[in-house]
Design a protein around this ligand. Structure first.
Ligand code: URA
Length: 437
């Protein structure tokens, strides 16, 4: 087949006609060579955001983006290596708990994680709150860390999926982030370039998720799983509840403290359940455990202290100060804490998790612009979550003001506006909504 010109390629997609996988691969390759301009790539991204992609088109796009840089194939280097990815939420510290949990059960884990995006926090920003912790690791350093302690969490390197980095920066400013095929290709290009043996995806659903409706979350989960088919990385997804913040803490230092408590089995039950569900899947996918023995191994690792010892070894292996694992007083503290009290008795019927996440960002826990710095002490503690009973005057949340102060905003009042109270609890929504394989 003769090659199609960029003009005809874009025209076909604009009209909603299908594209040959080879044409997509050529287009991505030409973009990387500089033969396709950013404005042409943007036209393509917008056409995809409008018309979607067929399964074959998406597979070609994800593969071309994966192949645009290094392909580590870590699964060839280790007997088994697990990976986990979350589509992002508020208070989502699952990776920080899951990684040492799974490693303490003798199953290796490596993750290339991200910074906060929009209203959602980022694992790497949270880990940066640990004094000395180093997330900028080379591939060799990640492998060494996995060899010595069984796990590593690092930032994606320049060499991983460079096409995604360039395309994402165009999507970010052209209203083309929210497209299931583009999200799929973006996430999976990075995951497949690392090349774990198995990947568990935590696809969030609800008011604090990028996909609020269950149908869309399911569609994204299916799309992510399909994009991994034939890649050598066995991929599953759990759809989990992000209609409420996960755990109590949303921020950075406060989330690390809560992660260490949960590692010991003493954290909030929702975080425990959601993390455990994913950890068990990785343990089973490793082939070393079945569902029952995985549960026993994990409970033993938590109860015996093996999980918390693994966390200390992991933090130290990545240059962090392991004494913070036992001593939360070593973390940077908020300069002021404002209590948010229930104006009436009844139940917390809903928390607008997106708005609450944006408030945390405005307080300095996240970034409005890429160049913003994080205030590690700033954050929110959700002492009561959706469904909890309250008496008028109870503290339902605490706003932790960091070093930067409150910039003249009444964050406590704004947070109260995110919380709805009612006479009856909301209909129960499970924490783990669905498991897709
Ligand atoms: N995370 C990514 O890495 N890419 C997206 O497109 C959305 C979320």
């Amino acid at each position: 087949m003769s090659p199609i010109s960029t003009y005809d390629f874009l025209n076909r997609k604009r009209r909603g006609q299908s594209l040959d996988p080879e044409a997509i691969a050529d287009f991505i390759a030409a973009y990387l060579r500089g033969d396709v301009a950013d404005y042409q790539m943007t036209a393509f991204l917008m056409a995809v955001a409008i018309h979607g992609m067929t399964k074959d088109e998406l597979a070609a796009l994800a593969q071309s983006m994966t192949g645009s840089g290094e392909q580590w194939k870590l699964r060839d280097r280790f007997d088994f290596i697990g990976d986990k990815h979350s589509t992002g939420g508020v208070g989502d510290k699952v990776s920080i708990v899951l990684t040492p949990w799974v490693a303490a059960c003798g199953v290796k884990v490596a993750m290339l994680s991200g910074r906060g995006l929009g209203h959602t926090g980022g694992t790497l920003d949270k880990l940066d709150a640990i004094p000395g912790f180093q997330a900028r690791l080379s591939r060799e350093e990640i492998e060494r860390c996995v060899d010595t302690v069984g796990c590593a969490i690092a930032t994606s390197t320049e060499g991983i999926a460079p096409a995604d980095r360039r395309m994402y920066s165009l999507r970010d400013v052209t209203g083309t982030v929210e497209s299931i095929p583009l999200i799929t290709a973006s996430i999976m290009s990075k995951k497949l370039a690392m090349g774990a043996s198995a990947l568990v995806l935590d696809v969030k659903t609800g008011s604090g998720a990028f996909m609020r409706e269950l149908d869309r979350s399911r569609e994204l989960a299916r799309s992510l799983i399909n994009a991994a088919s034939g890649s050598g990385t066995r991929t599953e997804a759990l759809i989990t509840n992000m209609d409420r913040p996960l755990g109590i803490a949303a921020g950075n230092a406060n989330e690390i403290v809560e992660s260490f408590e949960t590692l010991r089995g003493k954290g909030p039950h929702d975080l425990y359940e959601v993390t455990k569900a994913q950890a068990l899947r990785l343990l089973v996918l490793s082939g070393r455990y079945d569902a029952t023995s995985a549960d026993v191994a994990l409970e033993n690792a938590i109860a015996s202290g093996a999980a918390i010892d693994k966390a200390k070894a992991w933090v130290a292996a990545q240059g962090g100060d392991p004494s913070v694992v036992d001593d939360p007083s070593r973390f940077v503290k908020p300069s002021r804490v404002l209590e948010v009290r229930a104006p009436r008795s009844g139940f917390v019927s809903a928390i607008d998790t997106y708005r609450a996440g944006m408030l945390a960002v405005d307080m300095g826990a996240g970034r409005r612009r890429a160049e913003d710095t994080i205030d590690f002490a700033a954050g929110i503690m959700f002492d009561r979550n959706a469904g909890d009973a309250v008496t008028a005057g109870d503290v339902v949340a605490r706003v932790e003001i960091g070093a930067r102060g409150d910039a003249g905003r009444a964050f406590d009042r704004e947070l109260l506006d995110c919380i709805t109270f009612a006479d009856a609890p909301p209909p129960a929504m499970p924490l783990v909504v669905e498991h897709l394989t």
